[in-house]
Design a binder for this molecule. Sequence first.
Ligand code: F0G
Length: 459
Amino acid sequence: MPKRSWAEPFKIKMVELLKMTTPKQRKTAIKNAGYNTFLLKSEDVYIDLLTDSGTSAMSDRQWAGMMLGDEAYAGSKNFYNLEKAVHKYYGFKYVIPTHQGRGAENLLSQVMIKKGDIVPGNMYFTTTRLHQEMAGGTFYDIIIDEAHDSTHQHQFKGNVDINKLEALVKKYGADKIPYVCVATTVNMAGGQPISMQNLRELRAYTRHHGIKIMLDMTRIAENAYFIQQREEGFRRRSIASIVKEICDHTDGATFSGKKDALVNIGGFLALNDESKFEEASNLVVVYEGLHTYGGLAGRDMEAMAIGIEESVNEDHIRARIGQVEYLGEKLLDMHVPIVTPIGGHGIFIDARQFLPHLKQIQFPAQALAAEIYEDSGVRTMERGIVSAGRNSKTGDHYYPALELVRLTIPRRVYTQAHMDVISESVERVYSKRNKIKGLEMVYEPTYLRFFQAKFKKLQ
Ligand code: F0G
């Protein structure tokens, strides 16, 4: 086979112009934002790697779909198109649209979790865990230990450690565990996949104990790509068939359409159990809207239905992850410490290794994200102690093993030259890392503090 790079299977039809800023402007902007990149104005950002959520570029087909919005209050035809796409690509029986992933997490937690329940998962995600806790459950991390080691070369660091699950079953009893929450490409571990073999074993174990599996299928196509590339026996399987098999091993799912499905807003809850579906479709009316729109416009459901189909396209997913790997390889060549193997949706810099002179309570990842912005206008985000928040019972900070800065790559948005500029900026910051100071938190909101907390520089 001749060498062929991962180049994009699309061409650019419309562009959005970006404002270039000066170092002085950026210094003021990040200070005014309390050294929290979430509080920057988007127009002050050059390359926005804050998140891959809702920031992807839609295709001309999706935009054409937007014009076909059937904005009826009830029974919009776009809902039925979405339902058809969910049946075809994911196979779940019932679907309830929600405004985004956390809307579905709220519904799922309320219909499945009782006070005092235990909800094990392959590492926490911020909104997911909060909804589980607000419904009266307690989250337990049952991901394999290797996931907490930023350089361990395990190919499936998203795997569940079934022994950890068994210990919970022994301690609390299977009837206290309504479901295991399984994420595909585990965000907080650096976009690390779960293997099909692990999922099959988990399915066998949970079936035996009468425990359900609920999928957080937010980045399922990216996980399927890693299974195709790395797992024995999957080289010839299509992404679509791997995605379908993952869903087949589970009982339902929450989905944020803002990632894989290439839309700016939207999500859903999918279930196979009819009575839980009925309960959730009654509840959705309270929080989101009627069960055939769930807080979305008809046009948004149409764009999501089309995006689901595009997300499992082989050329698309190869180029998407190819671009992430391109940036990761560049940083590795510069000896910048990043989480490896390189994940699906971004590059995660290990801030502990990058800034070994800072203690975790001096918020090294938060400080590093602010520094990168100041250097180049590239906006990244903290995924460490600030994101981890506090233990809701003791009030103490969680001290996660991983203290990371996430360079999240939106899908179909930036070019290879942008990736080059990003790596040049990180290299520059790395060269002056000894001079970077820690931060002190001066404002802390109650929930999901990383979004709105404010900091000042330590002298
Ligand atoms: N689950 C995972 C794994 C996520 O990454 C997200 C969102 C959600 C659930 C919630 O979905 O935002 O549509 O309500 N992650 C975004 C991020 C915010 O930047 O990683 P949502």
